[in-house]
Design a protein around this ligand. Structure first.
Ligand SMILES: Nc1ncnc2c1ncn2[C@@H]1O[C@H](COP(=O)(O)OP(=O)(O)OP(=O)(O)O)[C@@H](O)[C@H]1O
Ligand SMILES: [Mg+2]
Length: 248
């Protein structure tokens, strides 16, 4: 079978904050339609890594390529952000805009689409995430799970090359976690290219084509989900997974 093309390539990414090296040479590729899940202990550098990919953080060394084009040189930041969607733990919706206006802001202002076209696309997405009835609601009128589904739709409407998710269920009540994870599973099944940082191990197992385990700013282990969860190779990953099986 022909291998899918590489969407994102990270080559020896290093990041220092005032002398503290937080990322110590991270390299991996993500192919079209692939779902990569990044797990690792708190403070290991997962969020920093995602933020370097979409240009929120400048890297100290290394190269990042998107569809073969160098994007880590600090040029064309706006252009790059159009092509990389990111969803955060804290939703980051605009509080003074209703759902529809949150969704169409990017397409109309950044992609210069016609408003009527953007509204049509927003309605299709609202249907897909089951929130049509909330199209005129304000963020304060939504539950955490609903806000997060809107934040995902807002990333999707830009039709990005890759979607990055940073612990998007971490601040949700347990009953709302499922509705958000189900949408992400559906996105994975429909062929979206995704990098997901999560502490939800069952979800990681179900959604990941590949697991990357990061410890102290380095890739400590990388394998398919089945191998990682059933036969973790490193002591560090074994210990990490044990904590989760006790917590269940
Ligand atoms: N803006 C910053 N300035 C200085 N140090 C930072 C900054 N952001 C992160 N760090 C440090 O970088 C390291 C990695 O942080 P990061 O947020 O990437 O970890 P993480 O793996 O996402 O952790 P968690 O699972 O708790 O979210 C930590 O030691 C953190 O204190
Ligand atoms: Mg984090």
């Amino acid at each position: 079978m022909k291998e899918k093309s590489i969407v994102l390539s990270l080559q020896n990414i290093k990041k220092k904050y005032d002398g503290l090296e937080v990322l110590k040479g991270i390299s991996f590729d993500v192919r079209k339609g692939e779902v990569v899940v990044i797990i690792g202990p708190s403070g290991s550098g997962k969020s920093t890594l995602l933020r370097t990919i979409n240009g929120f953080e400048k890297i100290s060394d290394g190269h990042i390529f998107l569809d073969g084009e160098l994007i880590s040189n600090g040029k064309n930041c706006t252009e790059i952000r159009k092509r990389i969607g990111m969803v955060f733990q804290s939703y980051e919706l605009f509080p003074h805009r209703n759902v529809l206006n949150n969704l169409i802001l990017g397409p109309t202002k950044v992609l210069k689409k016609e408003k009527s076209k953007a509204i049509k696309e927003a309605d299709v997405l609202l249907q897909r995430i089951g929130l049509v009835e909330k199209r005129l609601a304000y963020p304060r009128e939504l539950s955490g799970g609903q806000k997060q589904r809107i934040a995902i739709a807002r990333a999707l409407i830009m039709n990005p090359d890759i979607l990055l998710f940073d612990e998007v269920t971490a601040s949700l009540d347990p009953e709302m976690v499922r509705e958000v994870l189900d949408i992400m599973l559906e996105l994975a099944k429909s062929g979206n290219t995704m990098i997901i940082v999560t502490h939800e191990m069952e979800f990681a197992k179900a959604v990941a084509d590949r697991i990357i385990f990061i410890d102290h700013g380095k890739i400590a282990e990388e394998s398919c989900a089945k191998n990682f969860f059933e036969h973790p190779k490193t002591k560090r990953a074994q210990k990490f997974l044990n904590i989760f099986s006790f917590a269940k």
